[in-house]
Ligand binder design. Sequence first.
Ligand code: BG6
Length: 487
Amino acid sequence: MDQINRACDFVIFGALGDLSRRKLITSIYHLERSGLLEDETKIIGIARRDETTASFIDKMKSSLKEFLKWDIDPEVWQRLAARITYVKINLDRPDEYYQLHDVLNLEERVTVNYFAVPPSTFGDICKGLSESRIINDDTRVVLEKPIGHDLASSIIINDAVAAVFAENQIYRIDHYLGKETVQNLLALRFANSIFTTNWDHNAIDHVQITVAEEVGIEGRWGYFDQSGQLRDMVQNHLLQILSFLAMEPPVKLDGDNIRNEKLKVLKALRPITIDNIDSKTVRGQYTSGFLKGGPVSGYNEEEGAQDESNTETFVALRVDIDNWRWADVPFYLRTAKRMPTKLSEVVIVFKQLPHNIFGKSNRKLSPNKLIIRLQPHEGVEIMMLNKIPGIDEGVKLQQTMLDLSFSEVFKVERIADAYERLLLEAMRGNQALFVSREEVEQAWKWIDSIQDAWAELNEPPKSYPAGTWGPVAAVTLLAKDGREWEE
Ligand code: BG6
C-alpha cells in the first residue's frame, strides 16, 4: 500500500468526548512512542468547553493514565504534549471556525479533521470549515460510525459531507478494518497459493463468521436501543469481514481497487425479505443470567432501560452470495452481546471428500477447517486428519490441528490497536482501510430489507440467558442445512 508520510494538523472534533479519551489519545501516544508521527505534526483538540491548552493537555494526560494499559513514558509524553493545542468552538457557529487560521498551516501541513462527534453535527462542521475557508484540496475528513441508521439517513449524512469534500478526501471508519487480523485476511487469501486455488464453491462447503461480545450495553442503552445488533455490528463490521473473505483479488492493494471488489460482493448479497426472513434470520435478546461466575441483568433491566424493548442483542443470519464463485456456499453470520466470552473468528469449512478409502477404520472423514482467530489470541488454525502412529491397528485417523499463534510466531511486543493503524493511514492518505460511500449505502440497502421484514413480521426476539451462545433457533438455523456452529 502506498505510504506517503507528511506532517499534518490532526484536528479532533469532540476532543473531550469518550472516543477521543479512550481511543484517539491513546493511539496517538503509541504512534508518538513508535516514532511514527512526523516532526512537524500537530494535534488540535476542539470542543465547546472552556479550556486552555494547558488544562486540555492535563485532561489528555489523565485520560492516558486511565486508559493506557502501560505506564506513561515521560519523554514520549513531553514530545506529545508539545504538539497539542486546544481551540474552543461551538460546532453550530460557523463564525467560530476562523480561529483555526491561527493554528493550522495549510501550505506546509495536511489537515486531517477527525469527527469524533455524532453524525448529526457532521454537516455543521463541514459548513464551518468551508465558510471560514480553512480547507483546500488536500484537506481530509475522518468520519466515525454510525453513518446513519438506514439508507435514507446515511444519504443525508453523506450528502452533507459531500457538499464540501470530494470522496477522495473522506475517510469513513470501520475500526475492524484497522485490526491486524482483518488485514491479514488479504495476505492469507492472496499470498498463499493453497488458498487462492481452494477458495470457491468447488472446495468450500460453507463459511461461519462469529463476532461474540462478552459485554452488555455498558451505559449505552439509549443509543443501542435505537440501533440493535444488526445495525450496530452486522451492517459494518461483519459485512466488511464477509467482503474481505468473498471478494475477487484486487488488481492492486490500493483504496479504489480493494473497495470496488468489496462493493461487488455487497451487490451480490441475496436480499432477505419477508418471503425468506424466517428461514434466514434469528433475532435474540438476552435475559438475566450468569457470566464468569457472577449474575448479570437482562437487556431490559440494564441501566438506562426505559420500557419493554424488542431490540435485538443477538443476530444469526444465513447469507447467500449470488455470484459464480460462491454459488451454493452459505455464509453464516452470528454476533451478540453477553455471550460466554469475547471471541471473533472465521471458520472456513471445506467440502467432504467424494470418496473414503479409509472406510474400514474411519466411517466418516471430518472435513478440513481453516479457523482464523481475529481476536483475542490472534492466529490461524487448520484442522486436518492424520494417521495415528502405530503398526498394530491398521490406518486409524485422528483430527489434528496446525496452530499458528501470532504472538508466539512473530514475537511482537504488542499488536497495535485498530485505531493506531487507522489514524496513521488517514495521516498518510491511504483510503484502502476506509469504507467508501457506495459500500456504506449498499450495505444499508441490504440491511434495511431485513429490518423491514422484521418489522412486518412483528415478532418479539427470542430470549437467551446472558452468558450463553444465544437462542436455540440459532442452532436450528444451521441444523436444518445439516450443519452446526463451530464451538
Ligand atoms: C462497535 C459497536 O462498533 O464495536 C459496539 O458499536 C461493539 O457495540 C464494538 O461493542 C466491538 O468492537 P471490538 O473491537 O471490541 O470487537
